[in-house]
Design a protein. Structure first.
Length: 172
């Protein structure tokens, strides 16, 4: 009976967390243009809005790594990128180049241990011990107005891919 309760709770939690919202166009422009991540589906597994001031987004890569994009908002496309505890202002050309180099190191980093493992005990299908979410909703609707349609199919991963397994403690 206890297994059934755990299973039902896990299913309810996973259904609750499958909400997706459109990604802001400014964020799409920064990822594609400034950070040169074209096509997005090649690099990005998931994007989550983080409840923070200033507004920020956590970008989860396919290799299990992540980084943050922080919207500063006082000028057009004024974003900071936080990669490995270092912040890069994308309006400063040197910082932008350093951010691209740091992102390249992040993308080419070796896979973390137990990445994609089948450990049943530690498998978390979005169940992070209950409680309220520290981050915002998942924003994996990579559509959002790109008229070319080149990256419109970069939406959520297929059903047979594992769900986002990042713990809440990694959120800002």
């Amino acid at each position: 009976m206890e297994k059934l309760r755990k299973y039902i709770r896990k299913e309810i939690q996973s259904l609750h967390e499958q909400k997706s919202y459109p990604v802001p166009l400014e964020l799409m422009d920064v990822l594609k243009g400034e950070l040169e991540m074209r096509p997005l589906k090649r690099y990005i597994n998931n994007i989550k809005a983080v409840n923070s001031i200033p507004p920020s987004y956590k970008i989860f890569l396919h290799n299990g790594q992540d980084f943050d994009v922080i919207y500063l908002g006082d000028q057009m496309n004024n974003f900071k990128v936080r990669i490995a505890d270092k912040e890069y202002d994308l309006l400063v050309m040197d910082d932008k180049n350093y951010a691209i180099d740091a992102l390249n190191r992040l993308l080419t980093a070796p896979l973390p241990p137990n990445f994609g493992g089948d450990d049943d005990e530690e498998e978390s299908d979005g169940d992070f011990g209950g409680g309220s979410s520290g981050g915002g909703g998942s924003t994996t609707g990579f559509g959002g107005g790109d008229e070319g349609g080149a990256d419109d199919d970069a939406a959520e991963p297929d059903e047979d891919e594992p769900a986002d397994t990042e713990p809440e403690s990694d959120m800002i």
